[in-house]
Design a protein around this ligand. Structure first.
Ligand SMILES: Cc1cc2nc3c(=O)[nH]c(=O)nc-3n(C[C@H](O)[C@H](O)[C@H](O)COP(=O)(O)OP(=O)(O)OC[C@H]3O[C@@H](n4cnc5c(N)ncnc54)[C@H](O)[C@@H]3O)c2cc1C
Length: 484
């Protein structure tokens, strides 16, 4: 019988598989996606957030534990487990050596990336290269990997993992029969439920306009994170954490594909112009704070607008000040023509822009600080970077909510054990998005998803191997179950 069964094929699953294999356990990894689409949301990432007390290879200055912790505390509004959060923070300071040993390369922050040279280590080649390196290393170490293998159910006995069930399926014209796969221990790392349209519908419900808002959400990452295992675990009494409506949600290009659009569909010019809804009305302060701090609120803001759509409008002055999106914007030499191209009510849109232009106070525009260009007497106000939209050509980008990942997950502890009635399972562990809600009850700070997945993936793999009788050789990573 296999020692450790790992379910999932993203960062958390791969970290778990590698650690368990390093400990000497036999490991089988089951990935729902075909090989070409392996790697879940992790394949779309660019960096992880790292604590460090001084300059370190690709990271400048220092980002001490306390500052990381305060950042997490702020964005989550206190909805975080301090013990687990600090564990992630500390693990982020020393994981890169291990990552390098498994083939991950780092590079300094790109200019124009969210001011992250101090806090975030970037993966050379992005998340796809990271995932490829981990798969390569896992194969070399003897981890068995199976693609096209979506687990539909987990068989449990008194909180103990017994077996995983894979349904019968067609793969490239071949019929594969249903399977029951037993293992001594198991790590669940199958992501959130962001790609499950029905579950999103249930979580978001119907609004006062009779709309089902989530029907208009786009999914920024993989189509394979459908939450089937999360749901089965909840139905079987696993303890949960987090609110099903909480998700990391960004305003992205409405023309992005339904799944896997990745980061190039983000629209980063919001703070440089105005955003209107389909009625041509503004609805939020576009200049509230630096874009990196506020970008993740705009998905939710657009989700609350009629038709779940918005339009980011800028003029020629904004060009060169933001990362250009992959699709060009609608372009026109007059605001009337732009409204026509975007399908906006011309009169209402013109009134909105003219009112905004009149309210802009002349100041010293500086997009690198909270400048003094703001509106007066306008509702909602624009607090910074408010300059009249008066210089053609004008550009408009349609926006939709883009879900990055959901926060509802399984409750866990510092050994990564799944809990039933507050008691840890002896042989079932969880990592990544499936438990990120323990650390991140709401909000987001860039790069922490990979910090959580790396820390807990490694812990889960170590714990699972230990529960199958294999201690990891690196003492610092060893987990003493007795102290849990
Ligand atoms: C566009 C985008 C950009 C991002 N950028 C960053 C970034 O730069 N830094 C950062 O920290 N975070 C970023 N994130 C968030 C980050 O991707 C996640 O926090 C992290 O990848 C989660 O890792 P994971 O292993 O838990 O999940 P995933 O990487 O999503 O892996 C889940 C895996 O489980 C598999 N799976 C699902 N269901 C089953 C099943 N039933 N049976 C078998 N396998 C199953 C999936 O196929 C997938 O391989 C980004 C996300 C997106 C979408």
């Amino acid at each position: 019988m296999i020692d450790v069964l790992v379910i999932g094929g993203g960062n958390a699953a791969l970290c778990a598989a590698l650690m368990a294999r390093e400990a000497g356990a036999s490991v089988l990894l089951l990935e729902a996606a075909p090989r070409a689409w392996r790697g879940g949301n992790s394949q779309h990432t660019r960096n992880l957030r790292c604590m460090h007390d001084g300059p370190q290879d690709v990271l400048v200055e220092a980002y001490p534990e306390e500052e990381f912790w305060q950042d997490l505390l702020k964005v989550t509004g206190g909805q975080t487990d301090e013990k687990l959060a600090r564990l992630v923070i500390r693990a982020s300071s020393n994981c890169r050596g291990w990552m390098r040993r498994h083939g991950v390369h780092f590079q300094p922050s790109l200019s124009g990336a969210l001011h992250t040279a101090r806090t975030n280590a970037f993966f050379m080649g992005g998340g796809k290269a990271l995932v490829n390196a981990y798969f390569r290393s896992a194969e070399n170490l003897g981890v068995q990997i199976r693609y096209d293998t979506p687990v539909a159910d987990i068989e449990l006995q008194d909180g103990r993992f017994v077996a995983a069930h894979v349904p019968a399926r067609e793969v490239q014209g071949r019929h594969l029969p249903a399977e029951r796969i037993e293992a001594r221990t198991c790590v669940l790392a199958a992501g959130g439920f962001e790609s499950n349209r029905q579950w999103l519908r249930e979580a978001w419900g119907q609004n006062e306009r009779g709309e089902w808002p989530s029907d208009n959400f786009l999914i920024r990452g993989t189509r394979f994170n459908d939450g089937v295992l999360l749901r089965r675990m909840i139905e079987q009494g696993a303890d949960t954490i987090g609110d099903p409506t909480q998700a990391h949600m960004v305003a992205i290009d409405a023309r992005a594909p339904l799944y896997d659009g990745g980061i190039c569909t983000r629209i980063d010019c919001v703070s440089l112009g105005v955003v209107v809804n389909r009625d041509g009305q503004r609805f939020y302060d576009e200049g509230e704070d630096f874009w990196p701090k506020r970008y993740a609120i705009w998905g939710r803001l657009v989700a609350h607008q009629p038709g779940q759509v918005g339009f980011s409008v800028i003029d020629q002055k904004a060009l060169g000040r933001f990362m250009p999106p992959v699709f060009p914007g609608a372009t026109a030499d007059s605001l009337e023509a732009l409204a026509g191209l975007l399908g906006l009510p011309v009169q209402a849109f013109l009134e909105t822009v003219h009112a905004y232009n009149r309210a802009c106070q002349v100041g010293t525009f500086d997009h690198t600080r909270l400048d003094d260009c703001h509106t007066v007497g306008l509702e909602p106000m624009k607090s910074h970077w408010a300059r009249p939209i008066d210089t053609p050509p004008y550009y408009g980008y349609p926006l939709r909510p883009g879900v990055t990942f959901t926060y509802l997950g399984l409750r866990t502890d510092e050994t990564a054990a799944v809990h039933f009635d507050r008691r840890p399972s002896p042989n079932l562990f969880v990592a990544g998005e499936m438990m990120a809600g323990n650390v991140l009850g709401k909000g987001y700070t860039a790069g922490v998803g990979m910090s959580i997945g790396t820390a807990f993936g490694r812990i889960a793999g170590t714990s699972a191997a230990a529960a199958a009788g294999h201690e990891h050789p690196e003492k610092e990573n060893r987990h003493d179950r007795a102290t849990a």
